[in-house]
Design a binder for this molecule. Structure first.
Ligand SMILES: Cc1cc2nc3c(=O)[nH]c(=O)nc-3n(C[C@H](O)[C@H](O)[C@H](O)COP(=O)(O)OP(=O)(O)OC[C@H]3O[C@@H](n4cnc5c(N)ncnc54)[C@H](O)[C@@H]3O)c2cc1C
Length: 392
C-alpha cells in the first residue's frame, strides 16, 4: 500500500519503520530542513519499550539510556510528595530515560533501512483526493504522490485539527548537563523538588548521547510561559540563586549551565482530537492526543499508535477496516491517559493552591496503603487499560 506520512517525529518515524518493514511503500514529509530531534530527555515506559522491542530496537536504546527504577519528588523540607517505584507491581519493569536524539536516530535509521523515503523542507498544509489517490498538499502548493492512506503525525500543531488555547500556562526550561557526580544523585532515579505547584525543578539521568560515552542528565525548571522574556533578561547567577534556594543539592548540575542558550523552552499543551480517523486520514501521536509530560506518556503513546496502526494494516487489507481496528485498539487507552493527565497536571504544575497543599499533606500517608504504590507504578508505566493486550 502507498502510505504518505506527515511528520518525522517519534510517531511518524515509528510508523514509517513499522509500515516499511511490512512491505508498504512509505513516504515521509517534514517541514524541518533536515532530520532534527527537538527537546531533551524523555522516558520510554514499559509500553513504549514493548513497541521498540517489536521493531528490534530496544536493546540498542537500552545501551545508551538510563534505567530508571523510581521517580522521587520532594518538598524543600525533604517530605516526599511523589514516590513511584516501578518494582511495586512485582514485575521486572523500569523506565528507560534517553535523550530524544538517541531515539530519533534509531527510529530514523530503522525506517530508512526498511525502505521509507524521507523528504525534508516540506510543510504540509492540507490533504486532497480520494480512494487510492489521496495527496498531501504542501504550503508551496505542490502535491505529494498518490497514497491510499494519509497518516497525520504532525504533532500538536497539525494543520488538520483546529486547536485553540490548548497551551497550558506553565512549561519548562530544559537543559542537558553531564550527570552530576556529587550531590547524591542516583543514575536510576528521576528526582524533583517542589514548592507549591508553580515552582519546581528536576534532574533526570538520560544515559549517553549518540556515539558518546559520557553519562548525561536532563535538568528542568518549571516556568510560566509569559515569564520567559523576563527570565531571559535575568542574569543567570540570580536565577541560579532561586533554584538553589529550592534545592541546594542542585549546585553541581547548575555549575555546567553557563548561558541562557543552554536551555530550551518547552511549551506544554493538552488536547484530544474528537476523532482520530477521517475517511483515509488518520491522526497519531500528539496530533491525536497531546498532553503535558507530567506522566511521561506522550512518546510512548505515539509508539503504541504506530504499532497498533501497523498491526491493523497487516490484518486487514482494506483501509477502512484497518482504521476501525486501529481505533478499537487504541481508543480506550488514549481516553484513560488523557483523563489522568488532565487530573494530575494541576497538582504538579499550575497556579492552584489547594491541590498542591492537599498533595503535600496526603501523598506521604496515602503511600502506606498497599494499593497506592502499585497504582502509581501502573499509571506511570502506561499499562492501565491494558494497551498491549491486542498488540503482542
Ligand atoms: C519537554 C518534554 C518532555 C517530554 N517528556 C516525555 C517523556 O518523558 N515521556 C514521553 O513519553 N513523552 C514525553 N514528552 C511528550 C513527547 O515528546 C511527545 O508526546 C511526542 O514527541 C509526540 O510525538 P509526535 O511524533 O506525535 O509529535 P512531534 O514529536 O511533535 O513531531 C511532529 C513532527 O511533525 C513536524 N511537523 C509539524 N508540523 C508540520 C507541518 N505542517 N508540515 C510538515 N511537518 C510538520 C515537526 O517538524 C515534527 O518533526 C515530552 C514532551 C516535552 C515537550
Amino acid at each position: 500500500m502507498k502510505i504518505a506520512i506527515g511528520g518525522a517525529g517519534i510517531a511518524g518515524l515509528a510508523a514509517a519503520a513499522f509500515f516499511a518493514r511490512s512491505g508498504h511503500n512509505v513516504s515521509v514529509y517534514d517541514k524541518a530542513p533536515q532530520p532534527a530531534p527537538v527537546g531533551s530527555g524523555l522516558i520510554i515506559q514499559p509500553t513504549g519499550q514493548a513497541a521498540l522491542s517489536a521493531l528490534g530496537l530496544l536493546d540498542d536504546l537500552a545501551q545508551s539510556g538510563a534505567r530508571l527504577e523510581r521517580l522521587d519528588g520532594r518538598l524543600e523540607s525533604g517530605r516526599k510528595v511523589l514516590d513511584v517505584r516501578y518494582d511495586a507491581l512485582g514485575l521486572e519493569i523500569f523506565g528507560l530515560a534517553v535523550h530524544r536524539s538517541v531515539l530519533f536516530d534509531l527510529l530514523h535509521k530503522a525506517a530508512e533501512k526498511a525502505g521509507a523515503v524521507f523528504s525534508y523542507g516540506q510543510e504540509v498544509a492540507g490533504v486532497e483526493g480520494e480512494n487510492d489517490a489521496m495527496r498531501l498538499r504542501f504550503a508551496d502548493g505542490e502535491l505529494s504522490g498518490p497514497a491510499a492512506l494519509i497518516v497525520d503525525a504532525l504533532g500538536l500543531r497539525t494543520p488538520f485539527i483546529e486547536r485553540e488555547n490548548c497551551y497550558l500556562d506553565y512549561g519548562a526550561l530544559w537543559a542537558n548537563t553531564p550527570f552530576p557526580s556529587t550531590g547524591g544523585f542516583s543514575e536510576h532515579a528521576l528526582v524533583q523538588r517542589y514548592r507549591g505547584a508553580n515552582v519546581s525543578a528536576g534532574v533526570m539521568p538520560i544515559g549517553s548521547l549518540c556515539g558518546e560515552q559520557e553519562k548525561m542528565a536532563a535538568f528542568f525548571w518549571t516556568l510560566r510561559l509569559k515569564n520567559y522574556e523576563t527570565w531571559l533578561m535575568t542574569p543567570l547567577p540570580r536565577w541560579k540563586g532561586q533554584v538553589l534556594k529550592l534545592w541546594p543539592e542542585a549546585g553541581p548540575v547548575l555549575d555546567h549551565l553557563t548561558s541562557h542558550e543552554d536551555f530550551v523552552l518547552a511549551r506544554y499543551a493538552h488536547h484530544t482530537a474528537p476523532e482520530p480517523v477521517e475517511d483515509r486520514l488518520v491522526h497519531i501521536g500528539d496530533a491525536w492526543h497531546a498532553a503535558s509530560p507530567q506522566l511521561g506518556q506522550g512518546a510512548n503513546m505515539a509508539l503504541l499508535d504506530a504499532w497498533a496502526l501497523s498491526n491493523a494494516l497487516n490484518v486487514h487489507g482494506a483501509v477502512g477496516a484497518a482504521l476501525g481496528e486501529f481505533v478499537k485498539t487504541r481508543h480506550r487507552h488514549v481516553k484513560i491517559y488523557q483523563t489522568i493527565s488532565d487530573l494530575f497536571t494541576p497538582v504538579y504544575q499550575s497556579d492552584a493552591r489547594i491541590l498542591p497543599a492537599l498533595r503535600d499533606k496526603l501523598a506521604e500517608p496515602l503511600s502506606s496503603f498497599w494499593f497506592i504504590p502499585k497504582l502509581l507504578a501502573a499509571m506511570v508505566s502506561g499499562i492501565i487499560g491494558d494497551p498491549l493486550k491486542n498488540l503482542q
